[in-house]
Every structure is written in C-alpha cells, then in structure tokens.
Design a protein around this ligand. Structure first.
Ligand SMILES: CC(=O)N[C@H]1[C@@H](OP(=O)(O)OP(=O)(O)OC[C@H]2O[C@@H](n3ccc(=O)[nH]c3=O)[C@H](O)[C@@H]2O)O[C@H](CO)[C@@H](O)[C@@H]1O[C@H](C)C(=O)N[C@@H](C)C(=O)N[C@H](CCC(=O)O)C(=O)O
Ligand SMILES: Nc1ncnc2c1ncn2[C@@H]1O[C@H](COP(=O)(O)OP(=O)(O)OP(=O)(O)O)[C@@H](O)[C@H]1O
Ligand SMILES: N[C@H](CCC[C@H](N)C(=O)O)C(=O)O
Ligand SMILES: [Mg+2]
Length: 483
C-alpha cells in the first residue's frame, strides 16, 4: 500500500522522503524484520522508540513516523512527523487493514473483574446460535476453533487491527474483546467501532498506572464514546462516571438498584446460581451451573448483550443452563479425602472477597486460602488482599504469584501486613508448589482450599525467567496420589 493512502485523515509533516513510498507492514518494535516496513517511534514507560530508529532501518523499515526531530543518515528513508505517535498508530493500522471492526459485530467488555468470564460465556451462547466467533483477551485470542497466544489482555492497536482483519478474512461474525483500562488510556482501541460496550465493575487495581480511582474510572468510560450501545452495571458505585461520559444508548443491569435487567430471588449453591430475571419483556427463571454472586452479575450482562445481538430470550435462558465454566475461574476439584479445592483467578481485593464470600456460603468445614500478589503491579492492593483473605479464612498461606522484577519475599511481607489485621493462623511460604502442598496436606473432610491469583496461567514469571507452573495441574496430581 502507498504511504499517502495510509495517511488518510491524519495530520502530519513530511520531513524527508516521498509520500508514494510502498509500505508492507506497520511495526512499533525495531526488532521485527520487514522489507518495506513503517516503524512508529513510541515514547514508552521504560524506553523511547525514537532510540531504535537506526535499528528499525537496519531491519528493513523504509518509513519512520516520529514525534521528535530526528537525524537520519541513511538515504531513501521517508520520515513523517506527527503530534502523537500512539494515536496515529491506531489510525494508520485502521487504514492499512481497511477498518475491520466495521465488518463484524465487535463487543468490548471493560471493568476490573469479569471481562474474561463474560467474553467466554457470551461466546458459548453465540456459538450455540451457530455464529463463528473471535475472542481477544487474557487467556487467549481465538478465531473460531483456532487458538492464538495472547501477550496482553488487549493488544497494541497495530496488532489488534491485524487480528481483527484476520477474523474478517476467516468470516468471523462476532468478536468479543476484553478492553483493559491500559488499552483505553494508551489508545490501543482508538478507531474501533464497537457495536456493544459493557461495564462490569470498578474496584481497586492498577493504581500504579492510573494513580487514582477517578482516573481509572475515566479511562474505562472512554469505551462508551466508541460504542452504539453501552451495557452498564447499575450497582457499581462508578456507574455515574460511565453514564456521564457515554455518548451511546445505555441499558442497565443490577441486583440492588432498579435496572432494565434486574435479578431477584437469587439462590447460590456450590453447584451454581438461580435467579428470577425481570425485564420489560417479562419475567424469566435463570439457571447457571457456575457458583458465585458474580455469576449473577456476569450473566445479567451477557443476557443484555445477547439480546442486543438478536438472540431470543428463550434461546438465551435455555442455553445458559448448560454453559461450561471458564478455565481457572472457580474451577473445582474434589479429593477422595472429602475436601474440595477451588482454583481461581481472583487477583484484586474485590475479586478475592467475592470468591471467599461464595465459599463461605457453602463450606461445611474450614477455609484454607493460598495466594500471593504479582510483582510490578499496584502494590497498595497487597495488604488489602491480605486483610480480605484473613477475614474469611481459617488458615492463610501467603505465597508468590508472579514476582516479576521484584523481591518475592518483600511482596509476601506486604501481604502479611494486611493478614495480621485479623486473628488467623497464617504462614509465609515463598515456593508456590510447596505452599499448595502444605495446604492440601492440612485439608480434612469438608474443608475448602482456595488457590487464588493465577487461575488459568500455566507459567510463573520470575526475575530472570519464566517457568512452567500450573495450579490446577499440581492439584490434580496431588489428588490422584491420594486415590
Ligand atoms: C504500561 C504498559 O502497558 N506498557 C506496555 C507498553 O510499553 P511502553 O509503551 O511503555 O513501551 P516501552 O517498553 O517503554 O518501549 C517504547 C517503545 O520502544 C520500542 N522498542 C523497545 C526496545 C527495542 O529494542 N526496540 C523498540 O522498538 C517498544 O516496542 C515500544 O514501542 O507497550 C509495550 C509493547 O506493547 C508493552 O510490552 C508494555 O506492557 C507492559 C510490559 C505491561 O506489563 N503491561 C500491562 C500492565 C498491561 O498492559 N496490562 C493490561 C491490563 C491487564 C488487565 O487488568 O487485564 C493489558 O491489556 O494486558
Ligand atoms: N463480576 C465480577 N465481580 C467481581 N469479581 C468477579 C466477577 N467476575 C469474576 N470475578 C472474580 O475475579 C476473577 C477474575 O475474573 P475474570 O478473569 O473474568 O476478570 P477479568 O476482568 O478478565 O480480569 P483481568 O483484568 O485479569 O483480565 C475471577 O476468578 C473471580 O474470582
Ligand atoms: N491482568 C492482570 C492479571 C494479574 C494476574 C496475577 N497473576 C499477576 O500476575 O499479578 C494484570 O496484569 O495485572
Ligand atoms: Mg481478563
């Protein structure tokens, strides 16, 4: 494609070279080899892409897009200067891939917790309705039955538009995408046309990045400027921020407050939830084989979205009865010794509180919680998660999550500060496998062991390397050894 075609709707200065330059790919990482690549220099949090322009040219880039003045010695290079390379990257990618989000029904889900769960549940309903779906999110990216590895919950704009274009080529009719607050703030989803946007909830996380809850909420609210219909949780204390910023039609769901889709008469057991749904279409009995009050919220959102996408209420209610749980979300195992184990992805104070509240409702014995907190992430959530774990558990084992570049023992100490706020038996065991074994060895009949924080993850990110690590695999092997 010619550079001049790509620059449609972008204001820029041509610093050197020629606008008819051929462009065969859009990249933001100099380490990628190209023939006629267009390299965009992004000022990041750890480094500045402008430093890698020579490396990008060495690897085949012929066009460079910059924010700063740069000196380029090599001949035959075209340089374009713009005000903001992140926003321009999104526009260039949309032009390069011919605006793929307009060619399918794009559903975006934002909120602190529940995004993955909602995309998986809605995906199951749409597949039952014979639609070919795409998923973009934390666990994986998926095109029909083809699974692709995901690096981020929401990809960078250039990668995202490429993925959406592949979905269009593969005749995907609906793409269900998790939209993280980082993605909204860092312009990864700029220029995407969402048919439906969904808001789950907003509780503490990512304050290392957003600094305040208000800034975090405002980032989430950006989604509701980009969609046709916004589906909002009326029970969230941040729903007003979403509404104030929404330029789309709004539909609400909730339990505690009047809403367009409202659940009442809720029953929660270890096997699942049932509730009565009231909408302007009437009253419906809903049954879902996944436990947790959050399952009520997640399915209310899913039902609203499915109605917007044209599925009938009868179809939705019938198929929700048979949905499969989401990998690593309240995934349960039973030991022949009579205790049960839940592997769950709760990694925020609210997520952990929700899953522990659910366990409390059905646990006949003691609750033993094994968890930790990720490194290089919001460190203010660590004592809060410790406090929640101690409040609901009979025993707490503080261990490592993904320590990343941090000292794992220091993270355990920060969690301990919160654990100490309640009277509870606790121990710190840095090695996560040992910690899980310790918990399982101590569990007796009717006890429930919660292993939280890593859910579906099959790796552990340490300072120097990433190792294979899978909570479910460890639990399964341990329980098999008891048979
Ligand atoms: C805060 C954040 O999101 N940072 C992401 C961002 O980094 P950045 O823009 O600061 O980039 P940088 O590393 O400083 O580099 C600047 C530029 O130089 C380029 N570069 C760098 C080195 C080189 O040799 N050549 C080169 O060209 C880089 O490609 C980049 O374009 O862009 C990078 C490239 O895509 C990401 O790897 C990086 O993710 C970091 C590692 C990260 O951990 N992000 C997490 C927090 C994240 O995004 N999480 C959200 C939410 C999770 C959730 O709650 O669901 C997600 O959507 O996954
Ligand atoms: N609606 C909800 N409200 C509160 N907690 C929830 C909700 N749904 C799920 N959870 C809890 O949060 C954990 C994470 O859920 P899920 O993976 O669906 O969230 P997410 O928004 O995709 O998270 P991430 O930010 O990591 O992408 C679950 O394992 C469960 O314990
Ligand atoms: N999407 C979240 C996931 C956290 C999962 C937890 N296991 C961790 O590594 O902190 C994040 O990137 O903050
Ligand atoms: Mg997710």
């Amino acid at each position: 494609m010619k550079l001049i075609t790509l620059l449609k709707d972008i204001s820029y200065d041509l610093i050197m070279g020629q606008p008819n330059q051929e462009v065969d790919s859009i990249i933001y990482d100099s380490r990628i080899k190209t023939t006629n690549g267009l390299f965009i220099a992004i000022k990041g949090f750890s480094t500045d892409g402008h430093k890698y322009i020579d490396a990008a040219i060495e690897n085949g880039a012929k066009t460079i897009v910059v924010e700063d003045e740069v000196e380029i010695k090599k001949e035959g290079i075209t340089v374009i200067k713009v005000d903001n390379t992140r926003t321009v990257m999104a526009r260039l990618a949309v032009n390069f891939y011919d605006n793929p989000s307009k060619k399918l029904s794009l559903v975006g889900v934002t909120g602190t917790n529940g995004k993955t769960s909602i995309t998986f549940l809605l995906g199951q309903l749409l597949e039952a309705y014979n639609k070919k779906i795409g998923i973009i999110g934390t666990i994986e990216n998926r095109i029909g039955s083809t699974i692709l590895k995901s690096q981020h919950t929401t990809p960078e704009s250039a990668d995202l538009q490429k993925l959406l274009a592949t979905m269009v080529d593969e005749e995907v009719s609906h793409c269900l995408m998790e939209v993280s607050s980082h993605a909204l703030a860092l312009h990864r989803v700029d220029e995407c046309a969402f048919k439906v946007g969904m808001f789950t909830n907003l509780t503490q996380d990512h304050l290392d990045f957003h600094k305040t809850m208000d800034e975090y909420a405002k980032a989430k609210a950006l989604l509701f400027n980009r969609c046709e219909v916004g589906i909002l949780n009326e029970d969230s204390e941040y729903v007003q921020v979403m509404k104030e910023n929404a330029t789309c039609k709004v539909i609400t769901y909730g339990i505690d407050h009047p809403a367009d889709y409202r659940a009442s008469d809720i029953h929660i057991t270890a096997q699942g939830v049932t509730y009565t749904l009231t909408t302007d279409e009437g009253t419906f009995k809903v049954e879902i084989p996944i436990p947790g009050k959050f399952t009520v919220y997640n399915t209310l959102a899913v039902i609203c979205a499915a109605r917007q996408l044209g599925l009938s209420m009868d179809f939705i209610v019938e198929h929700l009865k048979g949905v499969k749980g989401v990998p690593g979300r309240v995934q349960s195992f039973t030991s022949p010794k009579g205790y049960s184990v839940l592997v769950d992805y709760a990694h925020t104070p609210d997520g952990l509180e929700n899953v522990l509240e659910t366990i409390k409702q059905f646990a006949k014995g003691r609750i033993i919680t094994v968890f930790g907190c990720g490194g290089d992430r919001d460190n203010t959530k660590r004592p809060l998660m410790g406090e929640v774990a101690a409040k609901y558990s009979d025993e707490v084992i503080i261990t490592s999550d993904n320590p990343r570049s941090e000292d794992p023992f220091a993270i355990l100490d920060q969690v301990e500060v919160g654990v100490k706020r309640h009277q509870v038996d606790y121990i710190k065991m840095e090695d996560r496998k040992e910690a899980i074994y310790h918990a399982l060895n101590r569990a007796g009949k009717d006890d429930v062991v919660l292993i939280a924080g890593k859910g579906h993850e099959n790796y552990q990110i340490l300072k120097e390397r990433i190792i294979h690590f899978d909570d479910s695999e460890i639990v399964r092997a341990f329980i098999q050894g008891e048979e």
